[in-house]
Structures are given as structure tokens and as C-alpha cells.
Design a protein around this ligand. Structure first.
Ligand SMILES: C[S@@+](CC[C@H](N)C(=O)[O-])C[C@H]1O[C@@H](n2cnc3c(N)ncnc32)[C@H](O)[C@@H]1O
Length: 381
């Protein structure tokens, strides 16, 4: 039986479910498009469904993956970005006792600072920020140099190494001098950048299920897999024709995290010292494409359509922002072509509006306003 499609505002939805939105502990860096605030809603929305296996196809911070794993689902966490699969491996796969990680992290916190490759390219003395803008103070990049070198020297298995690298990136995130990404750095030191880098043991999920982590483009990751539910949170892109694609791309926003994961000291370019493979021409995602194809359709919309069609899942939960590439009408068609829309939620963190939005078409009117976020629950044909 299919449900009558309804459009709810998230806050009202949480009230009408008669359950207190529960807080599942998750950890993660500051990240463009992080769904931290949506986690209780996502969990409420999928709770009535009979599902066990869930794909988090664009996992980013992996906060949604962590919450799903903590809620008893078996999770496949995938993202094309290296840092995301490093986090997922840490939070979903690490098996060693916490005391084992604590011992290593205590030792890393004691490492003597050294001036190395990271300090050269990403650190500077507090008084030198006017010479070149940098994401961290030198005292902290000198710790980064020492700690990253020590992690390699330890030669742990890959998962345990990922735990230490995640701990290092989490620690760097709270002493950074950025607006939440590394495509530009602040002119004046942020207050937090004066703090000392301090690593903590990540809050690893311990669950009965064996989870699965991949670091692939989504179309490769879903090959030969099937799920009860696929949660899809592709990059938003931008409707602004004038915005160059490099400004909205994850590879360029978080380039330095890839370097810390790989510790490969890559060739760098540009004012913010981006790794060379973060160039638009070298790391391409159709979901971040701002252009139209020959038929006049946005390439990003085509990618979403192709993905919804190809993913082997009974249910699809799609996150979508009205600032994104997909136009509302086009997306509506894609969803209808592929199944039955069970629910549409409009995320409204500030106002509490629900009135008059009873039918699916109403979301299209609403999506004309910028920065509206929606969740679509689709039962596939
Ligand atoms: C909106 S963010 C996801 C945020 C995530 N749900 C969270 O809560 O942190 C979009 C993610 O898509 C990833 N991405 C971009 N193109 C991709 C592709 N072709 N396949 C898989 N992941 C991709 C980016 O690396 C980014 O992490």
C-alpha cells in the first residue's frame, strides 16, 4: 500500500511522530552540507520501514553513517573523497580496544614538534599572517609534521592507522583558521587557532553488524550491491551561472585532508596551496558539474536521475537543496518515473511552518526560494 504523499516541515514532523527526537552521538569535522542537524529526522523517517541494510552513498563527515550504525542498521559508507572513507573506516570498522588507541594517542600527543613539509606550506607564526594567509599556526603544523610522520613510522594495520589519522584531522579542525573549508584562509587569526593541537580517541561505533566502507565514485560503489535503503546526499552545486565550479567542489574545499590521509607531500599550486590533483580537470564529479548537456539538461540532474534509476534499493532517501543544480520540476519527474514518493520533508530550522503544504507539487513552489532543503522518501518501482 502506498502512502498519500505529504509535505511536512521537519520540526512539525518531529512533533507529529510523538517521539522525542533522540540524539545519537556522532563526531565529525566542520563540513559544507553536513547533515548533522537532520540525523534525528532521518532516523525517524526510516524507522517505520522494514530495513536492515543501508547505503550512505555520499557520506562526507560520516555522521549519518555513524548514526545509522549506532541505530542497528548495517551500513555501506561510501564517498569519493579519501578523508571520508578514512573517517568511515575509523568509526565503523575499528576493532581494537579503546585502551590500545588511547596509548598511541597519548604518545602522539607527546611527540616533539618538528618543522617539516606541513609547516612549510600550511603554517606560520602569529605575527606573519600578513605575509601569507595560512590555515594553522606554526606551533600546530609543527605538531602535525611530527605526529603524521610518527603515524607512518608505527606501521599499524590500515584501520588502526585510519583511527589515528581521523583523530589528527579532528584535532586540526578545532584549531583551524578557516571559514570551514580550505579554499580560503582567514585574514585575522581565529580565536581557536591559538589553542594547542590535542588528539583524542575517536568515538568509535561498536555494533553487532559488519559494515562496509568504500572510497569510490558512487556509480562504481553500487555495482553488484543491493540495499533496503539508499540515502543519497550528493553535492549541492550552485544555480549561480557565474560561480566557477572550483568554488563548490569538495576536492578543492578539503584538499589538505586528502594530503594528511595519504601523507604523499604532493605538488601544490595557487594561493591556498591546493594539491595538484584537486584541479577541476583532474578530480571530476558529475554531481558537481554546473553545465548543461546538449539537450539542455543540467549534467548534475542527469547524474541524480541515473543514480536513482540504477541503485538497487527498495527505498531511496534523497537530500536536496533548492540552491542545487537540479531544478524542482526536473527532480519531481525523476522521482515519479522511478517509484512512489512516500514523503517529502521541508527542512526549516528557524520557522515553524507547515500550513497549506499538503501535496507533492507544493514543494516545487517552495523550492523557488534559495537555500531550502528537502528530504524525499521514495519507494522504488
Ligand atoms: C553534501 S556532501 C555529503 C555530506 C554528508 N551527508 C554529511 O552529513 O557529512 C556531498 C559529498 O559527496 C561527495 N561526492 C562528490 N561526488 C561524488 C561521487 N561522484 N561519488 C561519491 N561521492 C561523491 C563529496 O566528497 C561530499 O563528501
Amino acid at each position: 500500500m502506498s502512502l498519500q504523499p505529504l509535505l511536512f516541515d521537519v520540526e512539525s514532523f518531529q512533533e507529529t511522530t510523538n517521539t522525542i527526537p533522540y540524539l545519537i552521538p556522532t563526531e565529525g569535522i566542520k563540513y559544507a552540507g553536513s547533515k548533522l542537524k537532520l540525523i534525528p529526522t532521518i532516523l525517524e523517517l526510516i524507522r517505520p520501514l522494514e530495513i536492515k541494510t543501508v547505503l550512505d552513498g555520499f557520506a562526507g563527515t560520516t555522521r549519518v553513517s555513524q548514526a545509522l550504525a549506532r541505530s542497528g542498521y548495517q551500513v555501506h559508507s561510501n564517498d569519493v573523497s579519501k578523508w571520508s572513507s578514512t573517517f568511515a573506516s575509523c568509526y565503523l570498522e575499528a576493532q581494537a580496544p579503546l585502551s590500545y588507541y588511547q596509548e598511541h594517542i597519548d604518545a602522539l600527543n607527546q611527540s616533539a614538534p618538528i618543522y617539516g613539509w606541513y609547516s612549510e606550506h600550511y603554517g606560520c607564526l602569529p605575527e606573519d599572517l600578513h605575509l601569507h594567509k595560512r590555515p594553522w599556526q606554526l606551533k600546530n603544523t609543527m605538531r602535525l609534521d611530527a605526529i603524521r610522520q610518527e603515524i607512518d613510522r608505527l606501521q599499524l594495520n590500515k584501520t588502526d592507522e585510519n583511527v589515528l589519522v581521523t583523530s589528527l584531522i579532528n584535532a586540526l579542525d578545532v584549531v583551524d583558521n578557516t571559514m570551514g573549508h580550505y579554499a580560503s584562509y582567514l585574514r585575522e587569526w581565529s580565536t581557536r587557532s591559538y589553542n594547542d593541537l590535542h588528539l583524542k580517541v575517536p568515538n568509535i561505533v561498536r555494533s553487532q553488524e559488519k559494515h562496509f566502507v568504500t572510497n569510490q565514485s558512487i556509480f562504481d560503489a553500487i555495482q553488484g550491491q543491493s540495499y533496503d535503503l539508499a540515502y543519497l546526499d550528493p553535492p549541492y552545486g550552485s544555480n549561480n551561472e557565474k560561480m566557477p565550479p572550483s568554488r563548490i567542489r569538495y576536492a578543492s574545499y578539503y584538499h589538505v585532508y586528502k594530503t594528511i590521509c595519504l601523507n604523499d607531500k604532493p605538488e601544490l599550486f595557487g594561493k591556498v596551496n591546493r594539491r595538484i590533483d584537486s584541479k577541476d580537470t583532474l578530480s571530476y564529479s558529475p554531481f558537481e558539474d554546473f553545465r548543461k548537456d546538449e539537450a539542455g539538461r543540467f549534467i548534475a540532474v542527469n547524474a541524480i536521475a541515473q543514480l536513482i534509476q540504477n541503485v538497487q534499493a527498495r527505498y531511496v532517501l534523497l537530500s536536496y537543496s533548492s540552491g542545487g543544480r537540479a531544478t524542482a520540476e526536473e527532480l519531481e519527474n525523476v522521482l515519479h518515473e522511478n517509484g512512489t514518493i512516500l514523503n517529502i520533508l521541508k527542512i526549516n530550522y528557524k520557522q515553524n511552518v507547515m500550513a497549506g503544504m499538503q501535496w507533492t507539487k507544493d514543494w516545487i513552489r517552495d523550492s523557488e526560494k534559495p537555500h531550502q532543503e528537502f528530504l524525499f522518501l521514495l519507494e522504488k518501482k
